[in-house]
Design a protein around this ligand. Structure first.
Ligand code: SF4
Ligand code: SF4
Length: 319
């Protein structure tokens, strides 16, 4: 057992097991137009890993078979994948609810002009990175000029009705700008709504607060600053049993660009596929065996269970 599992046993008296597959998260590739300091997957413009159509077809087959509540598409910047639209179209044609995780600036790349309209037509849900409502904090984390472009794109999405009407949800994502835990989600959402509306007339549906995980570029940056031990201590000391029930790995399966199955996107970053002995490739997908699988954990999991908890859908508990 690793330290996380020991703590889970000691404090919560349980293992970490799946509880059905409600969400299929598909990471269609690591290429990204940005190169953010905190990226856990080390994505960027030079990454070449991209899901091929054969693998996407297998994902479509699995989605048809298990009818998840949501197909959540991520990357990299998924929009810049050449097969992105076809994949979304086919998922929507099959009747799935599709969600896309965007960094917003990718939607301003050449050839993307009509994507907001495409999203609206397909009723795609949008989750967009916006780590602060202040320009200097966003640019420090995501690169110069990113804030202005993000604001521009949120306005365009608002024009399509995103963040304003129920069937076109726009979720913004906050993550801390340093080695500290996110604040209370509801309170911060209130601040975002007030500031973004007062400054730009912007609307959005809700805010998701995510913790920075002790992996990838964020972790390398902390090591360079010799703040890694301090941050890990914060996560370990913040362990909160009340987050465990809602951990995202318990309700989803993640499919990487090459078709390998993982419990979550962080495990993709760490190259930790689903538990040994289980079918771990999309072609061998077996819902009966995978639904209640034992989750593969590591010390990085303390990033999900600290404080109010963290997941792709925001915090897991409230104050
Ligand atoms: S954090 Fe998101 S936007 Fe930034 S480099 Fe990684 S995938 Fe791209
Ligand atoms: S890092 Fe992944 S496996 Fe670990 S608790 Fe978080 S979601 Fe679950």
């Amino acid at each position: 057992m690793n330290d996380f599992e020991i703590r889970l046993h000691r404090d919560c008296g349980s293992d970490l097991n799946g509880s059905g597959i409600k969400v299929i998260q598909v990471n269609i590739g690591f290429r990204c137009n940005q190169n953010c300091k905190h990226c856990h997957l080390d994505c960027g413009p030079l990454r070449e890993e991209m899901m091929d159509w054969e693998t996407m077809s297998e994902v479509l087959k699995v989605a048809r078979a298990i009818q998840p509540e949501l197909v959540d598409i991520t990357g990299g910047a998924p929009e810049i994948h050449p097969l992105f639209r076809k994949f979304v179209e086919d998922l929507c044609r099959d009747g799935h609810t599709v969600q896309v995780r965007t960094n917003l600036t990718a939607l301003l790349e050449p050839g993307m002009e009509d994507l907001p309209q495409f999203f609206k037509e397909k009723k795609v849900h949008i989750v967009a990175s916006m780590p602060c409502y202040l320009e200097e904090n966003v640019n420090a984390q995501r690169g110069n000029g990113v804030y202005k472009k993000s604001i521009q794109m949120i306005k365009k999405l608002n024009e399509q009705g995103y963040g304003k009407i129920h069937e076109l949800p726009l979720f913004l994502v906050y993550n801390p700008g340093g080695p500290f835990l996110p604040p209370d989600q509801a309170q911060l959402e209130g601040d975002y709504k007030r500031e973004l509306f007062n400054r730009f007339g912007i609307h959005f549906t809700s805010l998701y607060t995510l913790a920075n995980m002790p992996i990838g570029r964020f972790w390398e940056g902390l090591k360079n600053q010799k703040k890694d031990d301090e941050y890990m201590q914060l996560l370990v000391e913040g362990f909160n049993c009340q987050t465990v029930e809602a951990l995202m790995c318990r309700y989803q399966i993640c499919i990487a660009w090459d078709g390998t199955l993982y419990d979550c996107d962080f495990n993709i970053a760490l190259k930790l596929p689903v538990r040994e002995g289980l079918p771990n490739y999309i072609k061998d997908f077996n819902p009966g065996v995978l639904s209640n699988r034992r989750i593969v954990t590591g010390v990085h999991c303390f990033g999900c269970t600290a404080g109010l908890g963290s997941s792709c859908g925001g915090s897991l508990t409230s104050n």
